[in-house]
Ligand binder design. Sequence first.
Ligand SMILES: [Zn+2]
Length: 86
Amino acid sequence: MYRKSLGDTMKKCESCGMPMMKTSDFGGRKETNKYCVHCTYENGELKPQHEIREGMIKYYMRMKRIDRKNAEQFVEEHMSRMSAWQ
Ligand SMILES: [Zn+2]
């Protein structure tokens, strides 16, 4: 509760949901970018969906120690809620 104000101002990547806190977290290192550095090219442009999906699957396999099938399922569901992929 006491961190509410922080949550309100915190920006999240509209493609993967990652919180973007420092300038280097933003695509193209611009804080106006709606997407994070992982979802964009160096110029800040959003990567194609399949590329981001693949990166996230690998990330979750490593982080959550789940197999590819489970990671795929998780990522599909996660991405379907992101405004970038509506
Ligand atoms: Zn992202």
